[in-house]
Design a protein around this ligand. Structure first.
Ligand SMILES: [Zn+2]
Length: 457
């Protein structure tokens, strides 16, 4: 058994010194002993890596390409047009290249697992590839190459609007009927077989793209405990369409007609009403917040304070964070943006921490617990049975120097221009060294070539 000794570590019970972490042969933690010596010594501050519970990896390739004002008012819906035009050109090789870069950046940025909400399935004409799970294979290949832990969530997409309206031409690469989706799921399971640490679930895209009946059928295709993710209440127009067509806003409709529980993760939930958020908190589902993307798309601000008040303890309520469009990738960026949105909306400070607590630690531990639940990757944290997915912070980094304990995390989240994340371990194996992923340079070059080709098309 390997033994790693960290100068400092954040354990579930708090900060401890000289923490000896024993790993089993698979990279899970077998034992944790503070105030120890021996083992392979790291002069580092070890904290748990965060799960990134919501990514569309291919969108990393179009980051920054939708920031010019159009002829009319821009919105999520005009951004979506740019995204549809971009993906019309992507080949499986392109997707693997972009996902490799995105996953290398996630590891450098503090995420050790990604939940890939995977909806780009078919060729540009909308025909399935010879292997219907070709694109899932490419996502798995990118995870394998970079070393990030993968939760693959193949996405079901069949319609263009709530109530089963026909899809748009720009959506043809996403579409499946039930039997096709069942084949895709089986192929996707094979794609991650042999990928150590991988977990699996499914993602009915939204109530625009899937009917209640289809969601029931998809749920029945999964095994016990496998998670379900869905976009909900991201946009006011989406909520209004849902009210008009289904008679209820999306979260209430899902609660009443699908039945939500701890297997579910509702991505965004931006425009959930206090009543819906209270019911969601009681159901034990996770809210998947994507604060950087939600800011970029102008979605709105999640009602974190009513959600917290509805939770049955002093926590914020079950939540995790995701990088979604991957416009910018970083765990600290997501948590900082989440907190700053609340500060701006409520003209307050330390909006999300209980009295006397560190904001960064509150958010880090909340996103760790909720993200781990949503990706069925438990247990969470530096504790026996959990994967040894660790960030090793540099105690000599200028942003961390002369600080200790929670102030290290506050500096990491709020006050570092350069990252204090020195090394990253996944299943105990080092995948980022001195802040750099070894595949980054090669992945950047491949993605630059993909972009040059697409922008010239
Ligand atoms: Zn999304």
């Amino acid at each position: 058994m390997r033994k790693l000794l960290f100068a400092h570590a954040l354990l579930p019970e708090g900060w401890r010194r000289d923490v000896l972490v024993t790993l089993d042969g698979t990279g899970r933690i077998a034992g944790v002993a503070p105030d120890s010596d021996g083992g392979e010594r790291h002069d580092a501050i070890a904290i748990p890596g965060l799960p990134n519970l919501h990514s569309h990896a291919f969108q990393r390739g179009m980051a920054g390409l939708a920031e010019q004002a159009g002829p009319a008012e821009d919105s999520f819906w005009t951004w979506r047009e740019v995204m549809y035009r971009f993906l019309a050109h992507l080949t499986p090789d392109d997707v693997e290249a972009i996902a490799t870069l995105a996953y290398a950046e996630m590891l450098e940025g503090g995420f050790t697992r990604v939940g890939e909400f995977h909806y780009l399935h078919h060729d540009p004409e909308g025909r399935p590839y010879a292997n219907p799970a070709e694109m899932a294979e490419r996502i798995a290949a990118a995870a394998r190459a970079t070393g990030i832990q993968l939760t693959l969530l193949p996405c079901f997409y069949a319609h263009g609007e709530a109530g089963g309206a026909p899809p748009l031409p720009g959506q043809r690469r996403f579409l499946n009927e039930r039997d096709g989706f069942a084949r895709l799921l089986e192929g996707s399971r094979r794609a991650i077989a042999g990928l150590e640490g991988a977990t699996f679930g499914a993602a009915p895209h939204s109530l625009r793209a899937a009917t209640f009946e289809e969601i029931h059928d998809i749920t029945a295709m999964l095994r016990a405990g496998e998670p379900l993710h869905i976009h909900a209440a991201e946009q006011v127009k989406e909520v209004e369409a849902c009210r008009a067509i289904l008679g209820q806003p999306p979260i209430a409709a899902l609660l009443d007609s699908v039945g939500l529980d701890a297997r579910w993760c509702l991505i965004h939930s931006t425009h959930g009403t206090p009543r819906e958020l209270a019911d969601l908190a009681r159901a034990g589902a996770v809210v998947g917040l994507c604060p950087v993307t939600e800011s970029n798309l102008g979605d709105g601000i999640f009602a974190a304070l009513p959600y917290r008040d509805a939770a049955d303890d002093s926590s914020i309520g079950r939540f995790g964070v995701g990088t979604d469009s991957n416009i910018l990738i970083g765990a600290a960026d997501e948590l900082r943006t989440m907190e700053y949105a609340q500060r701006l909306a409520h003209r307050t400070r330390n909006a999300l921490a209980p009295r006397g607590a560190s904001t960064a630690r509150t958010l880090w531990e909340g996103a760790l617990a909720g993200g781990t639940q949503a990706l069925a990757a438990g247990p969470a944290g530096i504790t026996p049975g959990a994967w040894a997915d660790l960030l090793l912070l540099d105690p000599a980094h200028p942003a961390l120097a002369a600080r200790d304990g929670d102030r290290w995390l506050d500096a990491l989240v709020f006050a570092s221009r350069t990252s204090p994340i020195r090394d990253v371990l996944v299943r105990g194996r080092r995948v980022v060294e001195a802040g750099r992923h070894p595949l980054r340079a090669a992945a950047e070059a491949r993605v630059a070539a993909v972009l040059a080709r697409i922008l010239a098309a």
